[in-house]
Design a binder for this molecule. Structure first.
Ligand code: ZN
Length: 328
């Protein structure tokens, strides 16, 4: 039986169980956290300030909230520039029993530090392979997948280099790739093209944030390439309102795509991107709503069941797809 790495060690893929494919126990800028820890961060539920040191308590609460809803595993795509901290992930996992699957990779829309500007895709791929085969941040915790991103600037030269690095590390280790995409900028086709050029099999590729598109045909055009698509931002109303996200999800289920779809919220137990007051205003203006690790189980799944989702489709999306994507 295939093995999947978690922050508490390898497990049998069959033991992944109910899985949320894209949730962050903590998201923050690595450099800010080290240089200006006094800035603190924001918890998302309820929105309020929390000290950097308090982020772990909030992560523990998020883990408990997931478990109470029957979630056995989360994939946490916090990579470099999202404050990846496998020590924190491990403590939260041990305390709660929630299985946490960590990644390697770099989350940037273009910027790279000089140390990475000066290195080529192969050198960066070697960093990823180290995390996958040796361990992350000096631990023996191994990365189970590789993260990269393309957003509004598109697939820039730097972004392309990171996609090639992710692809080469994937080919070398068989680890799958999760690629943040931006449907409004139609980044996915070029992202997939690069992966395929580098020899990655489509079933190793997950294109995140496809659910930000209001157009089921668009998501279907991505699925036609044989990859997985994330409908993974339920609650982020400013990118697409909930009702429209549901229409796309229902249409894709009706068209028989359960085997290639993930449902998640991209929640961040804490996030340093916004001042809490600004975030409260965003929530008040309806730009975010119920955007937490509880979202999929409290709203999305019940609404999809009401709309006719079968138990088999639900199991495919919430259990089997994670096994297949993570193990190839
Ligand atoms: Zn994310």
């Amino acid at each position: 039986m295939a093995i999947v790495e978690t922050v508490t060690g390898p497990i049998e893929a069959a033991d992944l169980g109910e899985t949320l494919i894209h949730e962050h126990l903590m998201a923050r800028d690595d450099a800010i956290a080290i240089q200006f820890p006094q800035m603190g961060t924001m918890r998302e539920d309820p929105i309020e300030s929390v000290s950097s040191a308090g982020a772990e308590d909030v992560a523990n609460e998020a883990a408990a909230n997931a478990q109470e809803r029957g979630v056995k595993t989360i994939c946490d795509p916090s990579a470099m520039f999202l404050g990846r901290d496998v020590g924190l992930m491990k403590r939260v996992s041990e305390r709660s029993g929630l299985q946490v699957v960590p990644c390697t990779g770099i989350y940037t829309y273009d910027y790279l530090p000089t140390a990475l500007l000066s290195r080529d895709a192969d050198a960066i791929a070697a960093l990823y392979v180290h995390d996958i085969e040796q361990g992350i941040q000096g631990t023996d915790i191994k990365a189970a997948f590789i993260k990269c991103a393309a957003d509004e600037p598109g697939v820039t030269e730097n972004v392309e280099k990171l996609h090639r690095a992710a692809a080469r590390a994937s080919v070398q280790t068989a680890a799958p790739i999760m690629a943040h995409s931006r449907p409004a900028s139609d980044t996915a086709p070029r992202q997939i093209e690069i992966f395929l050029e580098e020899g990655v099999s489509p079933e190793k590729i997950q294109i995140a944030h496809c659910g930000d598109s209001p157009d089921a045909d668009y998501v279907e055009s991505i699925l036609a390439k044989g990859v997985y698509a994330g409908l993974d931002r339920f609650g982020i109303e400013m990118y697409l309102p909930y009702d429209q996200r549901m229409e796309v999800a229902k249409a894709l289920l009706e068209r028989g795509h359960a085997e290639r779809i993930f449902l998640s919220a991209d929640s961040c137990a804490t996030l340093d991107w916004f001042e809490p007051e600004a975030a409260k205003q965003m929530a008040g203006a309806g730009l975010i709503q119920d955007w937490t690790i509880k979202m999929v189980h409290d709203r999305v799944l019940p609404d999809l069941r009401d709309a006719g989702m079968t138990a088999e489709q639900e199991r495919t999306m919430m259990v089997d797809n994670a096994v297949r994507w993570l193990t190839g």
